[in-house]
Write a protein that binds this ligand. Sequence first.
Ligand code: NAD
Ligand code: ZN
Length: 356
Amino acid sequence: MDTSDKTITCRAAIAWAANSTLSIEEVQVEPPKAGEVRIKLASTGICGTDDHAIKGLLSAIFPFIPGHEGAGIVESIGKGVTSVKPGDKVLTLIIPQCRECSSCLHPKGNFCEKQDVLPSSGLMLDGTSRFTCKGKKIYHSFRTSTFTEYTVVPEIAVAKIDDAAPMDKVSLISCEVPTGYGAAVHSAKVTHGSTCVVFGLGGIGSAIVMGCKASGASRIIGVDINEEKFPRARALGVTDCLNPQKFKKPVQQVVMEMTGVGADFAFEAIGLSDTMLAAWDSCHRSYGVCLIVGVAPLNSKLSLDAPMIVSGRTMKGVCLGASAVFCCSEIPDDKRCKGILGDFILSCITSLIVPE
Ligand code: NAD
Ligand code: ZN
């Protein structure tokens, strides 16, 4: 049956209020408007950012359909859409690529001005929603919303992928894998023989570890309060595992003592200002590089020891691994990336969080 131009009724998970249990509901999904794409989803990942949004830690507007890490097949397209057609396999992108804004036009920019994460309107670019449930407007999550059988996203938030892509797994390439791997390889540019410390060994932290290892790091210290993450982390390349709750002193002091001088590269992949400070203080004072990958709660602040900034350390944020290309056209044709995805899934799929 041709469903284009028709409203589709399907099932979706809705977060009705902050911290509430998601409920599976029947929702209506309107056809795509100009510049939009309607997708039949095949699979979705669950990223820490979804968990933050469901808990009300970001500026998500309730009720909304969570999820941003989706893989699916284009069902129909709105007027003017040229990059994809019905039947194409695609990924949804939490940070779109309008290819027109100051960020997209700059070689180092990767935080398109048309993003809807920080802050979040919960609406499409024209200020309206495509979802209703029981006659009530349902908001979008980061203009992606993938915890649903069908979704509508802007064309600029869709990446066409290879026809051979494994649809049950490739959704992880939409965020977790390129974010973590790219943070190490593209943004930090981890060097051969270096010492790295990774705070948080969830999906993102695991992909960071893989990027550090692929870059030739000789020592990778993993920090997590959940020791169940340690065997998988070791399998991916972590050489030393630390549970901060097992020490009387701050974990950054432990890292300093283990390394003598501090790490060359420190990554924060949890999303808390305290662990961001711990990562910063684990770095070598003069040439250490601290990458903030975790998304901290709305309105939280980071307070640094101001005089110590002159010592030369670098702190930088990184969005989606600093390489939009990595999560689009190069994948999954590139053999190397196929390898990465395979290792990641084998080792980490069970580490992804599942909302209660
Ligand atoms: P996750 O829940 O899979 O992993 C988080 C890990 O941190 C868990 O293993 C948990 O046990 C550990 N942890 C929690 N509190 C801790 C503490 N106090 N000390 C040590 N370990 C602690 O989440 P994820 O999907 O890996 O996402 C991690 C972060 O990355 C989130 O903040 C998410 O929003 C962010 N993120 C950023 C980007 C980006 O582009 N920068 C993209 C995706 C996700
Ligand atoms: Zn994500």
